[in-house]
Design a protein around this ligand. Structure first.
Ligand code: IVH
Length: 698
């Protein structure tokens, strides 16, 4: 258990129902904090606290893999970019890192790396006590990608949500540590150099002094100052800010330019980039742990903030094979520094309602600086948490940011409790609509029982038009809430029946803007299958699962028919859904029960009248003979572990399922195959040997 969660139920003691409720809660909380951090640049919790939330989410998910939600933070990287800058799609996504909070996590990480490989010559290079690893400080700034074509800087982009960032070229051009032209030799014709934009303490302090004098709000910490300075619409302002850049990675590269991380950093340096001088090539876990201790000791004296260290498998060939798992690489991990704490007073306890009706209590705090971030809110998670810690209004509490993120309440300082405080009474009604709230047996959370509760209805509609769903330009969260309030939109289909005259007559609107909105809505009447499925807001079914379902079922008709047929949980349709690799039983049950609801079916019927859902088109990367195929693995493979094989197949566009059916295209048979091979023969499914597989998977 991480330090940030003292007082919470240890994750290994959570019942399945509690775990499910908590994952739901964590998804909501993390999304909320992501919004504050990325869009408003005003985090309420420290990075440590935030990391602690993500970590708890990951730990619970690891224990209950079938409870992983589709909107899980582990599948998301950050929040979408703010408007004002042109958007740029990263040719290679800019991913995030998983966190290790203690030495044990680090050892587990290296075990995972070793277990990924199977062939003795591979395993030899990844033994935890000798593996070659680059260890680098984890600089606390914001990541940035710099694209060079023929040695010339052509684009600077922020990370954004990892897929799409903001074009900040004109701003990075003003930075002295960003080469406008690459020096030296040997650089690829096209290369995206990635690294951290950050601010050093003296520059940060001077900037804040100036701002204070000018009566402007000061930045809470160097990271916020760096982010705020890079994302200036006027590059002349950025030019005046003391921003620096350290290079530590790369994205697209037209040619391979190094065999190891160590080499790559050397090259980056020779081309004119600054790299962190503390970065060190280590061999084995003990050396990286020593590096962590060493950096923790040096941390306070460094001129810039670091919030941990990063370990990267040094050999780039192994790195390629390890690849990525949703938001983070398998070949790297961030080893964070422990939490920072402070004391403050609870001014109020407020209860919020989330998209699925969960009531979440939040402690409103007397603002306090914890490790450089001003904290004024801390999540109290649920009724039990408040009871267990006995947090009362007026109490002095200890808040903590572990490493750096969502603030946690560690506990109450009893000696400071003023007289006359009373235990907090958790509301039994919804604070938004006043309906009865319930708490189910075995669950930690209270829910609003009103399916028409505005908090939920509006949140669902917001999800429907959000960027990863219908992405309707000009129809933002605010409009949805207003249109809902005025009864212009009740269900998603109403969006497509909006009357332009009624919109034009509204305050702040006119004919042109109304026409524009209707055109933007009309432009979305043809919708890709995966977006449509995601838009429905089925529990545990976010973009990744929606894509998986679309890839498998291909057409809306087929998908809907299959889900309605699957209502009878013993039939072939139910089996087919459950066999999809990565769809756990609870997700399957949630999807099927969504289609079982009469109310939902009515909404779908209405939507079908308004929309054309396009059949799933296999990605054009489908040059691979495996694209669009359904594969089952059986027996032991020699050259790679089952995990690597699955990861490879999915990267090439295939779907991996666990049991053989008539829909299976290939069964890959390793040594000692089980009954799946027999079944494949019976059904006449093509059987591949490990060699055949390796040829296809190249
Ligand atoms: S490697 C695919 N190395 O940490 C992973 N990241 O939590 C590429 N960061 O987004 C990242 N110092 O903003 C890497 N030496 C370092 C880093 C570093 C800071 C940041 C970076 C990244 C975040 C991940």
């Amino acid at each position: 258990m991480s330090r940030a969660h003292q007082g919470e139920t240890p994750t290994d003691q959570l019942s399945k129902a509690e775990a499910k409720a908590e994952l739901k809660h964590l998804a909501d909380a993390i999304a909320h904090h992501d919004r504050l951090y990325y869009q408003k640049a005003a985090p309420e919790i420290s990075d440590a606290e935030y990391d602690a939330l993500r970590r708890r989410n990951a730990t619970i998910e690891a224990r209950f893999p079938d409870l992983v939600r589709e909107d899980s933070p582990s599948r998301r990287i950050g929040a979408p970019p703010a408007t004002g800058f042109a958007k740029v799609r990263h040719p290679h996504p800019m991913l995030s890192l998983d966190n290790a909070m203690d030495e044990n996590d680090v050892r587990e990480f290296f075990k995972g790396v070793r277990n990924f490989f199977r062939a003795p010559e591979d395993v030899k290079r990844v033994e935890p006590d000798s593996i070659a690893v680059m260890a680098e400080p984890k600089i606390d700034g914001l990541s940035c990608s710099l694209r060079y074509e023929h040695g010339k800087l052509t684009l600077g982009a922020t990370r954004g949500d990892g897929i799409t960032g903001e074009d900040v070229t004109r701003n990075v051009e003003t930075m002295a540590t960003v080469p406008k032209r690459l020096e030296g030799r040997g650089w690829p014709h096209v290369i995206e150099v990635r690294g951290e934009v950050y601010m050093e303490h003296p520059g940060f302090a001077a900037l804040n002094r100036e701002r204070e004098k000018a009566g402007e709000p000061v930045f809470a910490n160097p990271r916020n100052a760096a982010a705020g300075s890079l994302r200036q619409l006027d590059p002349a302002i950025t030019a005046k800010r003391p921003l620096k850049f350290f290079a530590y990675a790369w994205g697209e590269a037209s040619e391979r330019f190094a065999k190891s991380h160590f080499d790559a950093l050397k090259h980056l340096k020779s081309w004119g980039f600054a790299t962190d001088p503390h970065s060190k090539l280590c061999h084995g876990v003990e050396q990286v742990l020593a590096f962590h201790r060493d950096m923790a000791a040096k941390r306070a004296a460094l001129p810039y903030d670091i919030d941990g260290v990063v370990y990267k498998v040094n050999d780039l060939d192994l790195e390629d094979r390890l690849g990525f798992v949703s938001r983070a690489p398998r070949w790297a991990i961030a080893h964070k520094f422990p939490a920072q704490q402070a004391q403050t007073i609870v001014r109020a306890i407020e209860v919020y309602v989330g998209r699925r009706g969960t009531l979440t209590p939040v402690a409103k705090l007397e603002p306090v600086t914890v490790g450089g971030v001003v904290v004024s809110n801390a999540s109290l998670h649920n009724e039990d948490e408040i009871k267990d810690k006995d947090v009362r209004i007026g109490d002095t509490i200890i808040v903590q940011r572990a490493g750096d993120v969502i603030p946690q309440v560690v506990g109450v300082v009893r000696e400071r409790r003023p007289r006359g405080t009373k235990p907090f009474e958790f509301p039994h009604t919804c604070p938004v609509c006043g309906s009865k709230a319930v708490r189910e047996e075995g669950e930690a959370a209270w829910y609003c029982t009103n399916i028409a509760c505005p908090a939920q209805a509006v949140e669902r509609l917001r999800h429907f038009v959000s960027r990863e769903a219908f992405d309707i330009e000009g129809l933002g969260e605010k409009h949805i809430a207003e249109f809902w309030q005025d009864k212009l939109i009740k269900t998603p289909a109403d969006i497509f029946r909006l009357d332009p005259a009624k919109i034009a007559a509204r305050e702040g609107w006119g004919e042109t803007s109304a026409r524009k909105l209707i055109a933007a809505i009309d432009a979305r009447r043809d919708v890709p299958l995966d977006r449509f499925i995601n838009a429905l807001g089925i529990p545990q079914t976010g973009p990744a699962t929606a894509k998986l379902l679309a890839r498998h079922y291909r057409s809306w008709r087929r998908f809907r028919d299959a889900m309605e047929a699957a209502g009878d949980e013993s039939g072939a349709a139910w089996q087919e859904l459950n066999d999809l690799h990565n769809i756990g039983e609870t997700t399957a049950a949630d999807i099927v029960s969504f289609f079982g609801e009469k109310h939902n079916r009515r909404v779908l019927d209405e939507l079908e009248k308004e929309l054309r859902v396009a059949d799933y088109a296999a990605p054009s990367a489908g040059a691979s003979p495996l694209a669009g195929k359904t594969i089952v693995f059986t027996g032991t493979l020699e050259a790679m572990s089952r995990n690597e094989a699955k990861a490879r197949a999915e990267a090439l566009g295939a779907t991996v399922t666990s049991s053989v059916s008539a829909k299976t295209d290939y069964v890959v048979m390793g040594a000692d195959p089980g009954s799946k091979a027999t079944k494949a023969r019976e059904l006449g499914v093509k059987i591949l040997s490990e060699d055949d597989w390796l040829k296809l998977a190249r």
